[in-house]
Design a protein around this ligand. Structure first.
Ligand code: GLC
Ligand code: GLC
Length: 826
């Protein structure tokens, strides 16, 4: 069942009913000011850091879910409703939410009044703008009163939810009914002391009244669904002294039949230098100059429309670097629009704020953010460069890493621990992707701190060396890499042995002398070690490259030997040296992670032509066949099978989840692309594309009632085949799935992939997509690639470049400004 449809022309998903199976959200903002907004106008706003600078309040865990947002109440002759359906829930004659690139447009109509609100954060501004168009669709005159609504959070989102003994006494506001551009409410809690920032909520017309005290607005025992002020039709002109400061302005509107009126609402974040905090020090009146400047920029509809057009133009530019036109509209819309959009959201948010992440708990993950780079490096290469250097600066001198760092301070954060032994190798992955995309070799010579200590700074290349060496020097009894606290699978805690309720599996004291080993890190080392060697070579260090290649060859042999279980690669060896992910076990026989990455790294690959006899006998093909058989179901590939039914002390958090959920046999979408890419390596594009479609939201749109979450973005997890609610997704938007599916689709299925010295064209998508064209802008040149695809297993591309056929599949990079035409036959 569907709850809307895609509008590809407009780059929107159109939700046609408020009754989706879950709030379906979008993000506004791309620099410093961000908002989350659901299709019912729920959500909240923050400046830079969702924990430390929360502007508006949102209650996770609320009953019902998703009440809390920016709302507009309409009082139409006593009939009170909200065009976003929530919170009043009055039936609407028409409802539509369009989520687009950095904006959302919600339209509701009831009894001859249509209200369309466009929400967006303009480029370069610290504000959420609402352009509200009210239209009288009836044939009688209408006299309405509109009431805006936001509830302020007291800045620190954690404190805001926990420290009521203080917070209920600190709230302060100012009201400015005659602001130069309409009427405004200022939230200035804690401004009198150490803060130099405040928020403004304003309308661009003179309001009839205001409210800043939440209880006065709602009435003592009423909720946001039946608030007294909108019901009465008259603002209370209340001033908040502590308790719950909020902002509401009332605007009377008279409309002749067919007439429309446009009103702008602004929610802004402003700072003043310390010496200019006050307009009137004695009365503690804040200096509103920066707010007036902001409001002056959005005083007229023309200004708002121009800012909105500018936002659209910047997205058009961003999304022009990779576009495909194929016979499959679902593929096109995911690759061209939504997957790239989601990659930008992960760039902005990492894993901090979503409808599943409260914006309080998680900083930037070393592993998460380095992998995210793979998905957005082509969109914002300069910002990717900065991100890489920020992350590298948190690395420890021995090559290991803080597992997370704080976005505001950019410093490593020990609260979340270190010693996740896959972390360092992801840095090589990110730098390799950056170099391939940009050719900017100067990044390797950047001086970068270790542990944020400039005295320890060395080149970025040295950071890569320490990452590589960290695996070389941390190996266990089988010669495989030590796992440490965990590897990519945060929940595989083999040295942990936790018996204390509530203790974090990731940070608790590990059992001393832990020798648990990870086959996965072994495969990861072979994959990214090859990049390290290639980079060293091009960096003028052939001896370093040669020595690295010896280490890689040795690890490859170790994985093929100690890492092989007979029909697939093992996952690990535990604290006692017992294999994990083996047919000998009763549960947890096969894990997905090492299978895909091994094949990506070329481990066990004897042939890449499925029609040859040596192919079937190869470890690579055998392993991926086992993946399909044991881990596959219609909703994707599970992480492990069978999921564990009992808690295993020697394995940790993975065995805490019921089978079929999360790391314990959920379809953890992040690593499905590793298998997809592995299948393309083996020349089985048909399987690769099949796996891609199973997890890709546009292909799941028809089963939205099962999938439950947004049909336009990937979710971290889909409940696996042992789960009662198999196919139900959780944790949408902020997941490494975004980057990895984009890599899989753009670089391997469609096969257009930047390498160090040229663009590789190597499509492997099977017979379902017989013709397609890709436009790729890389290093300033444009490549127009036309593909005629037989989809035959094992078939590989033959290329004509500007009319001349070439050997191999590498198109050398052209000069900036050039247009290169590539004709590709597979
Ligand atoms: C979460 C984490 C990621 C980890 C994955 C598997 O998505 O953010 O770092 O790799 O879970 O445990
Ligand atoms: C929990 C989650 C896991 C995540 C980890 C680290 O264990 O289940 O997915 O990676 O926390 O935050």
């Amino acid at each position: 069942m569907r709850f809307g449809h895609f509008d590809d022309e407009a780059r929107e998903y159109v939700i046609t009913t408020p009754h989706t199976p879950y709030p379906w959200i979008n993000y506004l903002g791309s620099q410093d000011f961000f908002s989350l907004i659901s299709h019912q106008a729920g959500g909240y706003s923050f400046y830079r850091d969702a924990r430390m600078r929360r502007l508006t309040r949102y209650r996770y865990n609320n009953v019902p879910t998703d009440v809390g947002g920016r709302y507009l109440y309409v009082n139409d002759g006593g009939d009170v409703w909200t065009p976003s359906y929530l919170p009043v829930k009055a039936e609407l004659d028409y409802f539509e939410t369009r989520h687009g690139m950095g904006y959302t447009r919600i339209t509701g109509e009831r009894r001859g009044v249509r209200v369309e609100t466009l929400y967006f954060v303009p480029n370069g501004e610290n504000a959420e703008i609402q352009r509200i168009t009210v239209t009288n669709t009836s044939d009688a005159a209408k006299t309405l009163t509109l009431f805006t609504f936001v509830e302020f959070a007291l800045w620190n989102a954690l404190d805001d939810q926990t420290n009521y003994q203080r917070n209920l006494s600190v709230g302060e506001v100012e009201v400015e009914m005659d602001s130069p551009y309409g009427s405004a409410i200022y939230h200035k809690t804690e401004y009198r002391e150490r803060r130099n920032h405040y928020a403004v909520h304003a309308v661009n017309v003179r309001a009839a009244g205001y409210d800043t005290d939440r209880e006065a607005f709602t009435g003592e025992f009423n909720g946001l669904y039946d608030p007294q002020v909108p019901l009465s039709g008259v603002s209370g002109n209340s001033i908040a002294y502590g308790w719950y400061p909020m902002g509401s302005l009332s605007v009377p509107v008279e409309l002749a039949p067919g007439e429309s009126r446009v009103i702008t609402v602004v929610l802004g974040y402003l700072e003043n230098p310390d010496e200019e905090k006050w307009a009137d020090d004695a009365h503690q009146i804040i200096n509103k100059k920066p707010a007036h400047e902001l409001l002056g920029k959005f005083a007229t509809t023309e200004q708002v429309d121009a800012a909105f057009a500018d936002l659209g133009a910047s997205w058009t530019e961003l999304l022009s670097r990779y576009t495909v036109t194929s016979t499959d509209p679902k593929l096109d819309r995911m690759v061209n629009i939504w997957n790239q959009y989601q990659c930008m959201v992960t760039f902005n948010m990492s894993r901090s704020a979503s409808y599943f992440e409260t914006g309080i708990g998680r900083g930037m993950g070393f592993r998460d953010s380095t992998q995210d780079v793979l998905g957005f490096v082509h969109l914002v290469p300069e910002r990717a460069r900065e991100r890489i250097l920020d992350i590298a600066a948190t690395q420890f001198p021995d090559g290991s890493a803080y597992h997370q760092y704080q976005p505001l301070t950019k410093r490593g954060n020990l609260e979340v621990g270190s010693g996740f032994n896959d972390d360092p190798l992801w840095l090589i992955a990110a730098v390799a992707a950056y170099l391939k995309e940009t050719g900017d070799w100067s990044i390797l010579d950047e001086q970068v701190a270790f542990d944020n200590d400039e005295a320890l700074a060395d080149t970025l290349f040295e950071h890569l060396t320490r990452s590589f060496q960290h695996t070389v020097t941390n190996r266990g009894p089988h010669g495989l890499p030590l796992i440490g606290r965990a590897d990519w699978n945060d929940c595989l805690n083999l040295n942990c042995f936790s018996t204390t309720p509530g203790e974090s599996f990731q940070t608790t004291e590990n059992q001393g002398g832990g020798v648990a080993e990870s086959v996965f890190i072994g495969t990861q080392f072979v994959l990214y070690g090859a990049d390290y060697a290639a980079i060293a070579e091009r960096h003028g260090l052939p001896d370093v490259a040669a020595a690295a290649r010896e280490e890689i060859a040795a690890m490859k042999a170790t994985v093929e030997d100690s890492g092989w279980d007979g029909k697939w690669f093992r996952r690990a060896y535990d604290f006692y040296g017992t294999p994990i992910g083996t047919d000998e076990d009763t549960e947890g026989k096969i894990f997905i992670e090492p299978q895909g990455v091994a094949v990506m790294a070329g481990i066990g690959v004897q042939s890449t032509d499925p029609t040859t006899p040596e192919f079937a006998a190869s470890k690579a093909a055998t392993a991926l066949d086992s993946v399909g058989e044991m881990l596959g179901c219609e909703h994707g590939l599970s992480l492990v099978y069978p999921g564990y039914t009992t808690y295993r002390l020697n394995m940790g958090e993975i065995t805490t989840y019921p089978p079929g959920y999360k790391e314990n046999g959920g379809i953890f979408c992040h690593n499905n692309p590793w298998v997809i890419i592995g299948e393309t390596v083996l020349g089985r594009g048909d399987r690769a594309f099949d796996y891609y479609k199973r997890i890709t939201p546009a292909y799941r749109e028809d089963i939205s009632e099962v999938h439950k979450l947004e049909p336009y973005v990937y979710a971290q997890m889909i409940a696996g085949k042992q789960a009662a609610r198999m196919g139900e997704a959780k944790n949408s938007f902020l997941t490494g799935t975004a980057a990895w599916t984009f890599v899989a689709a753009s670089q391997y299925l469609l096969g257009v992939r930047p390498d160090y010295d040229g663009l590789v064209i190597d499509p492997q998508i099977g017979p379902e997509v017989p013709e397609f064209a890709v436009t790729r802008v890389v290093r300033g040149a444009t490549y127009e690639i036309t593909v005629h695809n037989s989809g035959r297993p094992g078939a590989r591309a033959r290329l004509t470049v500007d009319g001349n056929s070439i050997e191999g599949r590498l198109v050398p990079y052209a000069a900036p400004g050039a247009t290169v035409r590539v004709d590709c036959t597979v």
